[in-house]
Structures are given as structure tokens and as C-alpha cells.
Ligand binder design. Structure first.
Ligand code: NDP
Length: 299
């Protein structure tokens, strides 16, 4: 079989950011609105600091207003909740993102629940997850978690109509696996959710025309787990020891093996990762339009 097509998430995200910048210009001109995104970072997790810097830069690049609150690692629950309450009321802010993970003295679920669902651009609030699960549309359409939204955009771009396709999502986290499965179900796929207790995972994966790997285990999914011609979306980001004492990033799929079997595959890095921030920006535009009661652009 010919080598798999590489789905270039970096290029896809750049094109999406271009469409977002155009939409931001249009809503500024038509309605006088400048979407505003605030990122709240508690503590000094180096990976989180890199994400937050990238988010701020890309937010400004598409013409939106970027705000940041950096709080010390020993910030208490009450203090963080008070900040969220203030941001919920601030009309300059349309999207609120609290960078996870939070330090252990803070109850993550309580913080997510305190965010105004209309400003919950991560799509983690139970109102948004509930609307996604129950098929909310129009005024009750959900804000959709960014990573699975990015995966779906790339899948639809590559495959077109997904109706009837057998899809397997490996991983059942609230951030990736569960919302991914809901999105695929919404597209009329026949969805299987696999996890650490799944029996004979290789056989389950072999049934998939669409295989989503969101596990967090380097190269766990081997080439012979993949159905010939399947579309494989590798969400995993794992840092492993490389040559000469350096580290390198790999996904959850053994890409070298998968490439000669899959029909298409996202690389790591440069696949799902860049789409996540682009979808955060798209969600902020969507949230801004819904809050103002003006039509939201389709991305
Ligand atoms: P979690 O650790 O929250 O969830 C991992 C899931 O994988 C769990 O459901 C777990 O099952 C399942 N799992 C673990 N081991 C196995 C196994 N041996 N066989 C089958 N299933 C297994 O991770 P996340 O969902 O947050 O992230 C997954 C990966 O995606 C990570 O590498 C993360 O870095 C990456 N990621 C990438 C993003 C991006 O922007 N590209 C964004 C978010 C995450 P169980 O529930 O039974 O424990």
C-alpha cells in the first residue's frame, strides 16, 4: 500500500487563523466588536507558560484583544473564584480560559463550574458538555472543546461526509476522548470508546475507519492495530528520550509503522497540536457573536 497522506495540522491551523482574522475584521466593522480572550495561569508550570505565551501571541495576530492573569502557585480557591466572577462580568472579555492543570489546593471542577458558560471557550462547563451530548443547536448550541473540534475539522476536510463510518476513540478523558466521541456521533459515525480496561484493544482498533488516539502513551498504537486505509488522528503529545541525551516529541501512534498501512495520519508534532489553539480563537469569535446576538461565522 502507498504511504499514508500526512494531514498537515500546521498548515490547516494557519489557514483557519487566516479565516478567523478575516471574520474578526468583519465583526469589528459591522458591529464594533473586538473579541477579547483572557487566559488565567496559576503557578509556574513551564509547559503551561509556553502554551499561554503562544495563545496570547496568536490571539493578537488575528486582531483580538488578549488579556492575561498570572497568579502565584499558592493562590487560594476563594481568590481564584473572585477573579472568575470579575471576568464573567467584564464586557471586554468574551472568552475565559483557565489553564489546566491547577495546583492541588484548587478544586478544578468548581473553577470550571464558576465560568459563565457563554464565555467558556474551552467547552468544559457542564452546560456545554451537556448541550454537546444532547444535541443542542441554535441558541442552545454548545461551545465545543478545542482539541476534539480541531480533530473533527481535519477529519471532515479529509473525508467529507463521515456518516456511517466506524470510529474508535482510544481514551475517555473529559478534555479529549468523551467530547471527541460525542462529535463523531453527531456526524453519524458508529462510535466505540476504548480505554485502559478495554479487552483486546488491537482488535477493537482494527475495526476503525477513523481511529483517534488520545491516550498519552508513546507510540502505543502499533501499525498492525490499524485497518488498511484508515484515517488516524494522533492526539498524543509525549516527550521521550531521543538521541544524544536530547528529548523529542512523539504521539500515541507508532507513526513509522502506521504510515505504510493508514490512508492518512496526523504527524506529531505538527498535527492536532496547532489546531487546538486555532480552535480556541474560533470559539472566542463564536462566543463573542453569540453574546452580542449577531450571527456567528462558520469556520
Ligand atoms: P488522560 O490521561 O486524561 O486520559 C488518557 C486516557 O487514555 C484515559 O481514558 C485512559 O483510560 C486511556 N488509557 C491509558 N492507558 C491506556 C491503555 N494502556 N490502553 C487504552 N487506553 C488507555 O489524557 P488526555 O485525554 O488529557 O490526553 C491524552 C493525550 O493527548 C496526552 O498525550 C496529551 O498530552 C494529549 N493532548 C494533546 C492535546 C493537543 O493539543 N494536541 C490537548 C490535550 C491532550 P482510563 O480512563 O481507563 O484510565
Amino acid at each position: 500500500m502507498a504511504d499514508a497522506k500526512i494531514i498537515d495540522g500546521k498548515a490547516f491551523a494557519a489557514a483557519l487563523r487566516g479565516r478567523i482574522a478575516t471574520a474578526v475584521g468583519e465583526i469589528k466593522q459591522a458591529h464594533g466588536l473586538t473579541p477579547g480572550l483572557v487566559v488565567v495561569l496559576v503557578g509556574e508550570n513551564p509547559a503551561s507558560q509556553v502554551y499561554v505565551r503562544n495563545k496570547a501571541r496568536q490571539t493578537e495576530e488575528v486582531g483580538m484583544a488578549s488579556f492575561e492573569h498570572k497568579l502565584p502557585a499558592d493562590t487560594g480557591q476563594d481568590e481564584l473564584m473572585a477573579l472568575i466572577a470579575k471576568l464573567n462580568k467584564d464586557p471586554a472579555i468574551n472568552g475565559i480560559l483557565v489553564q489546566l492543570p491547577l495546583p492541588k489546593q484548587i478544586d478544578e471542577q468548581a473553577v470550571i463550574a464558576a465560568i459563565d458558560p457563554a464565555k467558556d471557550v474551552d467547552g468544559f462547563h457542564v452546560i456545554n458538555t451537556g448541550r454537546l451530548a444532547t444535541g443542542g443547536s441554535g441558541a442552545s448550541a454548545p461551545l465545543i472543546p478545542c482539541t476534539p473540534l480541531g480533530c473533527l475539522m481535519m477529519l471532515k476536510d479529509h473525508l467529507g461526509d463521515l456518516t456511517g463510518m466506524p470510529a474508535v476513540v482510544v481514551g475517555r478523558s473529559n478534555i479529549v476522548g468523551k467530547p471527541m466521541a460525542q462529535l463523531l456521533l453527531r456526524e453519524h459515525c458508529t462510535v466505540t470508546i476504548a480505554h485502559s480496561r478495554t479487552r483486546d484493544l488491537p482488535a477493537v482498533c482494527r475495526g476503525a475507519e477513523i481511529l483517534i488516539a488520545a491516550v498519552g502513551r508513546p507510540e502505543m498504537i502499533r501499525g498492525d492495530w490499524i485497518r488498511p486505509g484508515a484515517t488516524v488522528i494522533d492526539v498524543g503529545i509525549n516527550r521521550i528520550e531521543g538521541e544524544g541525551g536530547k528529548t523529542r516529541l512523539v504521539g500515541d501512534v507508532a507513526t513509522g509503522e502506521a504510515r505504510s498501512i493508514a490512508g492518512a495520519i496526523t504527524p506529531v508534532p505538527g498535527g492536532v497540536g496547532p489546531m487546538t489553539i486555532a480552535c480556541l480563537l474560533a470559539n472566542t469569535v463564536t462566543a463573542t457573536c453569540r453574546q452580542a446576538g449577531v450571527p456567528a461565522p462558520e469556520f
